[in-house]
Ligand binder design. Structure first.
Ligand code: ADP
Length: 455
């Protein structure tokens, strides 16, 4: 850049000097008066100044502008441009600087976009992320991590992991990741304000191009839902085994007693055989209910939707229910709007009516009342089963739809209940996109409401 400016300037000055000497010599030949010499020198000085100004405007100014722009670019302001018109090498230099600035600006925009995308991905991953350097300082935490462990990112970034993460399992994972330089997996529980979370942590080492350990990434998976499902599955298997065990033990026990000689006693024989028959019945009911539930839960389960006439459906089931009610001297009344129609799976719908009515009859004492009402709203078919029975304690209401949940275990088993009736009802209502609610008062009675969309 120096040569661009100085070369023409030096040639200008040499030119002026030559001009001054030649003019002075010529004039001193003509006259020896000093005044003339000084006048000439003065004129030439003016010319020199004008030439200098011209040189400054043409070369010095654009170079100054270029230097200023380059300084801005160095500072990171990629929007800086040179707007000074210049020709020749300086002009070319300026236009190259502008191109460079434009390229830098595009690169910076791309980099910003990539950084934004990366931050969005990191912050929206459904796993907690922590980035550690080789000394154990935290460099990054994402949103999910904050939602699991609380506080803000400022409380973690820049600190040593063991100073801000008070969890033995995390410390062990980091230590083992650094020690063995391979992925390490652990799990632990984390208490939050509301409940307990099950967390799986994976520590993965980070290496540089020379395969030297540069830090680690910790990934935290919230496996609470999976754990809950696993617990539910285990509970279910335990419950089924328990439910099957009771009648089987009873059948086996009475059969053994008969074989051991009770056969000789006719009254005992009949009594034991009746028990075996009833227990067998219970087993059958339980297995049927389990099969129904498993069918309803299958992914490929499809409802057999047809137009169901409620009046006809009730004609099929009410006589059996009336018979049961009569045995307990319960007054069963049916109130239904005429001509009710619904698009539904008839067999499943029947099961909803039966299970709710059977429960109402079981949990209502002799002389009580059970009322079935069916009517329609604008979009829904509404059925309700109301009884004047034992009622359900308030704290038990949210649990009665769980499999095998019983308010009074002994009583329910004695009545032959499988503990699956309401779970099946809820499932059927839900696969029809309907809703079921309960109102109950202890020792006064219970009402179940079912709302099913008409189409
Ligand atoms: P179960 O075969 O034991 O009746 P359900 O799933 O049908 O199983 O019902 C679950 C529990 O809900 C019952 O054990 C009982 O405690 C309670 N329950 C259901 N219906 C009624 C009702 N109409 N009145 C009082 N309690 C009821």
């Amino acid at each position: 850049m120096r040569s661009i400016f100085y070369k023409p300037l030096i040639s200008y000055i040499i030119g002026i000097f030559l001009l001054v000497i030649i003019t002075g010599c010529v004039l001193s030949l003509l006259t020896s008066e000093y005044i003339i010499l000084f006048s000439v020198l003065f004129v030439e000085f003016i010319i020199l100044v004008l030439i200098m100004l011209h040189v400054f405007e043409k070369y010095m100014n654009p170079v100054k502008m270029a230097t200023k722009t380059v300084n801005e670019l160095v500072k990171g302001n990629y929007r800086a441009r040179i707007h000074h018109p210049a020709v020749g090498s300086v002009g070319e230099l300026n236009s190259k600087i502008n191109i460079l600035a434009r390229n830098l600006s595009e690169l910076a925009i791309q980099e910003q976009m990539q950084e934004k995308q990366l931050t969005t991905v990191i912050d929206n991953t459904q796993s907690g992320l922590v980035l550690l350097d080789e000394k154990g300082y935290i460099h990054l935490v994402n949103r999910k991590f904050i939602s699991i462990f609380g506080k803000t990112s400022k409380d973690y970034i820049g600190y040593l992991y063991y100073d801000v993460l008070n969890n033995e399992q995390i410390h062990r994972t980091v230590q083992q990741t650094f020690l063995y330089e391979e992925n390490v997996k652990e799990s632990f529980t984390q208490m939050t304000d509301l409940d307990k979370k099950y967390i799986e942590i994976v520590g993965a080492p980070i290496f540089n191009e020379r395969k030297l350990l540069k830090g680690a990434v910790l990934v935290f998976y919230d496996i609470t839902e999976l754990k809950k499902l696993e617990i539910m599955r285990k509970d279910f298997v335990a419950n089924v085994s328990h439910e099957l065990k009771t009648p089987i033990t009873s059948i086996k026990g009475f059969a053994e007693t008969l074989l051991d000689g009770a056969m000789e006693d006719d009254t005992a024989k009949e009594k034991f055989l009746r028990i075996i028959y009833e227990e067998g019945n219970r087993l059958q009911l339980l297995i049927e209910d389990l099969l129904t539930l498993s069918k309803l839960e299958k992914d490929e389960f499809r409802l057999n939707i047809t137009e169901v006439k409620i009046e006809e459906l009730l004609t099929d089931i009410i006589p059996i229910m009336k018979h049961q009610a009569d045995k307990k001297h319960i007054h069963l009344s049916v109130i239904q709007d005429p001509g009710l129609l619904i698009r539904a799976d008839e067999e499943r719908l029947k099961q909803v009516f039966i299970n709710l009515l059977v429960n109402a009859l079981i949990y209502t004492s002799e002389g009580g009342e059970v009322t079935l009402s069916v009517n329609e709203t604008d979009n829904h078919l509404h059925l309700s089963v109301e009884d004047t029975g034992i009622g359900i304690p308030e704290e038990a209401i949210p649990r009665i739809f769980e499999r095998f949940y019983r308010v009074d275990k002994a009583r329910s088993r004695n009545t032959g209940g499988t503990g699956l009736g309401l779970a099946i009802v809820k499932h059927i209502v839900e696969v029809h996109n309907g809703k079921i609610t309960v109102e109950s008062e202890l020792n006064r009675g219970t009402t179940f409401h079912v709302y099913l969309p008409k189409n």
